[in-house]
Design a protein around this ligand. Structure first.
Ligand code: G1P
Length: 305
């Protein structure tokens, strides 16, 4: 592990001040719902998917979100902007609570936008944010993964980064038959009293392997803390799985040069990028809502299934 001073010498800061949210994907798994609206705007109960992600960024104390966006994604920009007409109307009708809710969305964090002109994958999306990130470590959040946790997942990872000083990827155990949907890591446990069995020094990783080729059942979930060294690796990473520039492949190159850690976070993760996961998130989040939780539970109990 590098010393504090060495690390400070390499990077402009050890603080995580920026989070990248790639949102340029086509959302084909949710067609036809996503024919004319971004999948990130599909609502889980009463908030669009992407808002859960931005709220996690804000709750982790990260002041700036960078959206890597694309064609047909304007609704995301409008959602996080001030809506003068709506606010004026709600104020005029005395709807204070709604007004505050609507206003607070545009005040969560500062947001910058950059376009990904070609859909060449997650690694390519991150490269688009390179100039906005500069020489500092940063977070990446994939909005498809909603994580309900007492301490926001990114915040947990920032603490690991602060202590160990290398890139950190969120991981969790998945069924062997599910490994081909994920980046899978191979790692050795890091002996640490606080993070017993939850932190691994990654020795290898592979994007979407066949179950028989997977080095473990530890799957990468859509949260990363990355050092800026990743950009050099991304720039020279050839297209991999699905013909896309894969972040997993770039991380695999990076771990030969500096430590990369896998961290089993605390919290429940929903894969809202998948129809079943989306429904699970909807049901569980609805059950926790103060207004509809009780009657919804009653309704579910009454279903003859
Ligand atoms: C991406 C990453 C993959 C990771 C997954 C987590 O894949 O490439 O390594 O396991 O996110 O959600 P995607 O789901 O975008 O295909």
């Amino acid at each position: 592990m590098a010393h504090e001073s060495e690390r400070n010498g390499r990077w402009a800061t050890l603080e995580i001040r920026k989070a990248v949210l790639p949102v340029a994907g086509l959302g084909t798994r949710f067609l036809p719902a996503t024919k004319s609206q971004p999948k990130e705007m599909l609502p889980i109960v009463d908030k669009p998917l992407v808002q859960y992600g931005v709220e996690e960024v804000a709750a982790s104390g990260i002041p700036l979100a960078i959206f890597v966006t694309g064609r047909g994604k304007n609704a995301i920009e409008d959602h996080f902007d001030v809506s003068f007409e709506l606010e004026h109307m709600l104020a005029g009708r005395g709807k204070e609570r709604l007004l505050n809710q609507v206003r607070s969305i545009s005040r969560l964090v500062e947001i910058n936008y950059v376009r990904q002109k070609n859909p060449l994958g997650l690694g390519h999306a991150l490269l688009m944010a390179k100039a906005m990130i500069g020489a500092e470590p940063f977070a990446v959040l994939l909005a498809d993964d909603i994580i309900d946790a007492p301490v926001p997942c990114l915040k947990q990872m920032m603490e690991v980064f602060r202590r160990f000083g290398g890139s950190v990827v969120a991981i969790q155990n998945v069924d062997r038959k599910a490994v081909s949907s994920y980046g899978i890591i191979k790692g050795t446990p890091v002996a640490d009293a606080d993070l017993r069995d939850r932190l691994f020094r990654i020795t290898d990783m592979v994007e979407k392997p066949e179950p028989r080729e997977a080095p473990s059942n530890l799957a990468i979930i859509g949260r990363y803390i990355l050092t800026p060294s990743i950009f050099k690796e991304l720039a020279s990473t050839p297209r991999g799985a699905g013909g896309e520039i894969q972040l997993t492949d770039a991380l695999r190159r990076l771990l030969k040069k500096e430590p990369v850690y896998g961290f089993i976070f605390e919290g429940k993760r929903y894969d809202a990028g998948d129809k079943l996961g989306f429904l699970e998130a909807t049901v569980e989040i609805a059950l926790k809502q103060p207004e509809i939780g009780k009657p919804f539970r009653k309704y579910l109990k009454g279903l003859k299934i």
